[in-house]
Design a protein around this ligand. Sequence first.
Ligand SMILES: [Zn+2]
Length: 145
Amino acid sequence: MTRCPECGAPARPLSCEELFHVVLALDHSRRPPWGPLHGVTVSCFLLQHPSRLPAHDRARPWATLHAYLDGGLDAATRFTEGMRRANSHRGAGLAEIVAGAPLGPPPTAFTVTIGDVAEDGTFPAAGFPERVEAWAAATVAAWRS
Ligand SMILES: [Zn+2]
């Protein structure tokens, strides 16, 4: 079976890239459950496909996933909005999270990938937040190991 060289998901019937475009279109509809999880979705995807992400840009998605896993969606949303408003208004805790952002060699396998979140390729609404949470946790765990 052909697999994605970065996250290890099956490359067929849809590649990670193609699945990412599907979920982005759902995100941009702004409808729940997809819209509110946009920042988390993008952060997971980038950290599982870090060739798209210069090493010095890993801090933001890394911190977004920590805000989400520690404080839930509200915390992640506040964090994303805060980053958008002004880079100078970073909270005290954020500097530490960012300092701890992973720089080492990227993992090449994750226990949950975009293929799992997509299920049949359509990212069904039922259970979507739970699948994204598992995706975020698997992403952080792999980078930390
Ligand atoms: Zn992939």
